[in-house]
Design a protein around this ligand. Sequence first.
Ligand code: HQG
Length: 181
Amino acid sequence: MNDVRLSKRLSLWLRHDPGAGGLALDAQGWTEVDAVLAGFAQAGMACNWEDLLRLVEESDKQRFELSDDAARIRARQGHSVEVALDWPRADPPDLLWHGTVERFLPMILAEGLKPMRRHHVHLSGDLDTATRVGQRRGTAVILAVRAAALAKAGRDFFLTSNGVWLTEQVPPAFLEPWEPK
Ligand code: HQG
């Protein structure tokens, strides 16, 4: 079974629809590895423990993580189901970056960045990552987020263990379209 298909299915189960895989997530988003393997078997998708380990280790964006005893697994972020992820609050740098596409710009500049169907807006610490995120949907358009100023204004920022910055939303006053020089 091809890893991209397995990874997409695992993302669906661990972020959006655990019931579809016969899974239940705890409050922090964890579920049993054995239940995930049973879910793949049930779905007719060949995936053993080594395959799962490879998905976790080789995911380009480190989407998943195993518990210390490797008995449980969760998605690191990106959930639409209710989970209380315990990422530490962190002080952001002056600027963070958000990659999107031209067609969303008028709305974003009018109402700010919103989490849409996720729990948080996802921001990147570097331009390359933001560009890749935007490119998923077309030609990337990059917004600079005045993150330190927003934090100073009272907004919380969280930093995931794979380097994604999360915040609830970004008002238009803290956004600026960024032109490559
Ligand atoms: C846009 C992937 C209209 C926003 C990526 C984005 C990332 C608005 C889209 C991670 C808006 C939401 C996150 C507003 C925001 N009006 N459009 N007010 N506010 N948007 O996928 O940041 O593969 O939920 O610009 O690589 O694109 O899932 O967020 O275009 O790391 O691991 O609405 O997801 O990682 O899209 O991507 P998303 P995102 P994974």
